[in-house]
Design a protein around this ligand. Structure first.
Ligand code: URA
Ligand code: SF4
Length: 223
């Protein structure tokens, strides 16, 4: 751990994790996080949302403009697409836990718009203790990484979403871990036909989750 006494910043959020964490305690503590420079860039910490008993956890990259304004994850256009996909596979959004690898909006001005920027390795590392704590409290049966940033943060920098999307990957994080594309990438498709095709593929990747949502007991740990 490195403490920079000049700014009273720490290298990661680790020292801020409360003892015996609950989701409420974590959310309160994260609201004051200054473990990386993004606390000055975003308006507020956008913590994960969903029940402690959720069996399925979705992990995105970083909150966007809508999320920054409302303080809730995946409520903008990407969130709407996620909602639609969940509906298609018969999952109720209120039963899943939705969060991000990095919890402050990162952006740069582009005219009047606030253009989303990818978090860097330092920011991802600094913010990681929050996600680890969310996973430890919720203990999801399945984790779904949305896009390469989440997938590489959780499954390693060598992981390629294009090669392994929709597959269960062995991981100590949860009995089942999978990665698929980020819904924002679908929204950037060049034409309607591509967008519809990519949406259908996204829904297919998520279909394996339905059985997990309906399981009565947690699956055995792999290995
Ligand atoms: N994109 C993300 O990765 N997360 C959000 O919460 C919204 C958009
Ligand atoms: Fe803390 Fe994460 Fe926000 Fe950085 S992005 S200040 S680590 S909550």
């Amino acid at each position: 751990m490195r403490f920079d006494l000049a700014n009273v910043t720490t290298e990661t959020a680790e020292p801020l994790i409360p003892p015996k964490p609950t989701l409420n305690k974590l959310r309160d503590a994260a609201a004051d996080c200054r473990a990386c420079p993004l606390w000055k860039v975003g308006t507020q910490t956008v913590f994960g949302e969903g029940p402690r008993t959720a069996r399925i956890m979705f992990v995105g990259e970083v909150p966007g403009d809508y999320e920054d304004r409302t303080g809730k994850p995946f409520v903008g256009p990407a969130g709407k697409l996620l909602d639609r996909a969940l509906e298609e596979i018969g999952l109720d959004r209120t039963t899943v836990y939705v969060t991000n690898v990095v919890k402050h909006f990162k952006w740069e001005p582009r005219g009047k718009r606030r253009l989303h920027k990818k978090p860097n390795a330092h920011e991802i590392r600094a913010c990681r203790p929050w996600l680890n704590a969310e996973i430890a409290v919720v203990k999801p049966h399945a984790i779904v990484c949305l896009g390469a940033t989440a997938a590489q943060a959780l499954l390693g920098p060598q992981f390629r979403v294009t090669q392994h999307r929709g597959e269960w990957i062995d991981s100590p994080l949860a009995p089942r871990v999978m990665a698929t594309v980020h819904p924002s990438s679908i929204l950037r498709a060049p034409d309607d036909e591509t967008r519809e095709r990519e949406t259908a593929a996204f829904i297919e990747d998520l279909r394996m989750l339905t059985e997990i949502a309906n399981e009565t007991a947690p699956p055995a740990e792999p290995g």
